[in-house]
Unconditional design. Sequence first.
Length: 461
Amino acid sequence: MLAGLVDGFVELPEPPDVGDGAAEDGPLAWPGYGAARERAVARTGERESVLCGTGRVDGTGAVLIVFEFAFLGGSLGEHAGARIEAAHAYARARHLPLVSLVASGGSRMQEGMRALSQLQRVARQTALTGAAGVPQISVARHPTTGGGWAAVAAGADVCLALGGAEVAFAGSRIRPAGTDPRAACTAEAQLAAGHVDGVVPADGLRRALGRWLSLLSGPAAGRVAPPYALGAAAPPQSGWAAVERARDAGRPRADAYLDACFSFREEIGGDRCGGRDEQGVTCGFGRLPDGRTAAFAAQRGTAVRPAGLRTAARLVRLADRLGFPVLTLVDTPGAAGDIDAERAGTGPAVADCFAAVVACRTPVTTLVVGEGGSGGALALAAPGRTWMTPDSYFSVLAPEAATAVLKRDPSLVRETAEQLRLRPQDVVELGVARGIVGPPPGRAAVRRRGAGHPDGTPRGG
């Protein structure tokens, strides 16, 4: 597994107390366990199912935890738990990112509850490493089941999976009869459900890991300046004109702004609660022009669903814990209100996103790039650090919905748009936004109160 992936691998020293070596057949005196381990040693050349060390992946140093499935199914016992604990401690002491390459069938039966308790041991180390602000990346290889999935791979900040790998909590031998693994127990199914962040081919793993390690090893200092406006240069004259501009299919969308801000970026794939909202929100980390990294959560112009809001909240909390500034792009007519969305928890998801943004200790900068509809939009907006583009609006409700709530005739929707004062210049005058961003250098900027960039910052990222 390490060949072609890791350069300069150096194994960590053996931890002093490994527990399961106290008796030949382990803590349960399981007949033949000692002999099975010796056969595993002869077959693999390793002394345990987990190998821990340091090395460089595509140029970035990391601590690595590597599972050897050929050693008793990559199972977790006391010795493996001790090695993982030592690897986490080493990563925290040197603030090195930690990469877990998982291939495991779960806890080792021959060690009973001593083995199962290693899941708590590993979970504690994962929590301590996370609290120390050390990035953790996992790769679910084939197969990754049981505690290997639940306690190691799924607990990482970023979880990747190899294409075609079996990834599930219940292993193939204990699933209900007739279960089709393709429905939920593959890397691809876990990605679709929002439980892994990306599926990569084996020959692309070095590049994918290298990009993630590079991004998570260099947080930007201070706030991210709001991007330049990529569309209209002058604010609209009327409220309805602002709405029409924001809804124009040809105006710049999230991808255009992200491309302008970042030289490259990687995305997290879902909310880890069973959902993805690819049409509504994209979240991840990107490389700024100065070579440092910022996090982003960008709405994509559709009604945002609960999974999208939860993914954004996950991104903001992760950036906060790891010390990355955040850029959010607001562009949604509002949170989805259909029956499926209500069942999935639109209200709690909006509340969770509000809580993540307002509690974030790292700076959050927001740019409204299109529609800003109600709480679904406001949930991603940074209080006191929100900016507008000339082709955006921000409103308590979309004009049509506001007209309906006020029991007005639908013909009065344009009048309602004027009364809502939703134009970018109105939102600035109301004190909700700080200003209207100008165009990139080379295009004439609009001269007005609140226009341009904060403190004259001459950059788009």
